[in-house]
Design a protein around this ligand. Sequence first.
Ligand code: SF4
Length: 130
Amino acid sequence: MKNFSNEIKQELLDKLKGLTETVSDSLSDFSKGKPVFVSSETQELRMSICRACSDFNAATSQCRRCGCFMSAKTKLRQGSCPIGKWGREWWTKLKFLIKFLENVAIDFSNWLKKVGMKMQFLLGRNLMNG
Ligand code: SF4
């Protein structure tokens, strides 16, 4: 029971630490006149990654890992995913592009397999017909 309680305390402390860092970095940006928020396009990209994540609690819009409300955290330029699925604006776009290219490569490979199978079938039929 004692260990369980300590684990919960540690988890809460870790979540608070992450939240404090994000807020303090955002305040630091604000005080330097830097932009605090990302574009709505980037926020939507980040949210689409969260919605597809098994750690996303859709009922509360919270991340189970960091405990943050993602509709708010995804707006902050300093916000980032605790397991590196998205981060700064350029990083989010790069990851999205990599995922997109991965999907294109998978689709292309599946298409090649289908074409290859069809070619084998046609060649086999031609050989059988003489
Ligand atoms: S912040 Fe990261 S871990 Fe949390 S829900 Fe979003 S993608 Fe998943």
